[in-house]
Write a protein that binds this ligand. Structure first.
Ligand SMILES: NC(=O)c1ccc[n+]([C@@H]2O[C@H](COP(=O)([O-])OP(=O)(O)OC[C@H]3O[C@@H](n4cnc5c(N)ncnc54)[C@H](OP(=O)(O)O)[C@@H]3O)[C@@H](O)[C@H]2O)c1
Length: 289
């Protein structure tokens, strides 16, 4: 099978190009900056092309470009897509990209996908994928891709693009926001190295979150924050809760603090059957480092 990766010279595109080539697929990559594209092609030992040339040749097209350039890329390639060709995107949001693909691509089957991992992933095994089919043909394609991914031990969820975005607003949006604000706060203190040296498990968990977010591409993370639906509501709720907890501390309201924390523990125990002991969970995370 011939696979074209539009944006194959980028972080995720390169990851998929390497993985799919190893899996035996014939991969062709594209990118905007020619020098960078040729260098990645050379590094991976695979051919490069323009977006249009690549789409013309491929049975399967993966669009791996940032959200900001997504529509112009889809518009450019749409006239060259054909019946039975498969076109998937890997954008971290799904409603808008899927709507854009439907609007411009009238031939071939499109499918929204989101690999919920970064380019640092060692393997596909245990990685999360979300597939967002919206009709019968897309559902058949999603079932097929799900099977192939699960055969390689990936974890696959199927849902609507809207449900995906709603969940990702909290799963990625809030997590990224907390990590960035925490980094900003943490780095305001001196003695950072000492903190790292003597910090216990809770600090290690916090620092792992900070490291994993701050080491990523700022352009991508800024674009995600600006595009998550209802992110303002989520972050406003977070700010409101921050104030409530800070006020309890400021007013030395020990009993109210403990009661509210206790009720959170109770709620979490009821909502999440996997929540047994906070320490057990934290050790699991830090042991995996
Ligand atoms: N990074 C992650 O952790 C992650 C995880 C899951 C999903 N995603 C999604 O994956 C997509 C790519 O992210 P990334 O991190 O790989 O970004 P990236 O490193 O910036 O790569 C983007 C690629 O798209 C290319 N590109 C941009 N406009 C183009 C155009 N008009 N024609 C051809 N190529 C074009 C870029 O080429 P130039 O560099 O030459 O401009 C680059 O090769 C995004 O939609 C992102 O939401 C990212």
């Amino acid at each position: 099978m011939k696979i074209a990766i539009i944006g194959g010279s980028g972080n995720m595109g390169r990851w998929f190009a390497r993985y799919l080539t190893k899996e035996g697929a014939q991969v062709i990559i594209t990118g905007r900056n020619q020098e960078k594209l040729l260098s990645v092609g050379k590094e991976l030992g695979i051919p490069t092309a323009t977006n249009i040339e690549a789409v013309k040749q491929a049975d399967f097209v993966i669009i791996s470009v940032p959200l900001d350039t997504f529509e112009s890329v889809v518009k450019e390639i749409a006239p060259y897509t054909r019946q039975k060709q498969i076109i998937v995107d890997v954008t971290s949001l799904k409603s808008r990209p899927v709507e854009i693909m439907h609007r411009h691509i009238t031939k071939g089957i499109v499918l929204g996908t989101h690999p919920v991992f970064g380019p640092g992933a060692k393997d596909i095994a245990k990685q999360n994928f979300v597939l967002t089919p919206t009709n019968k043909d897309e559902t058949a394609l999603a079932d097929n891709i799900k099977q192939q991914l699960e055969d390689r031990a990936a974890i696959v969820s199927i849902m609507t693009p809207q449900a995906h975005d709603e969940i990702m607003t909290v799963v990625l949006g809030l997590a990224h926001f907390i990590a960035i604000v925490s980094a900003d706060t943490l780095l305001s203190f001196d003695k950072f190295q000492e903190m790292k040296k003597i910090g216990g498990t809770t600090f290690k968990v916090l620092y792992t979150l900070i490291e994993s977010v701050i080491s990523e591409d700022p352009q991508l993370y800024a674009s995600l924050q600006m595009n998550f639906p209802n992110i303002r509501n989520v972050e406003t709720l977070f700010q409101t809760n921050t104030k409530i907890w800070a006020d309890m501390v400021r007013n030395k309201n020990k009993q109210k603090f403990a009661q509210r924390m206790d009720s959170l523990r109770e709620k979490l125990g009821k909502t999440d059957p996997a929540f047994h002991s906070a320490y057990e969970n934290m050790y699991k995370i830090t042991e995996g480092l």
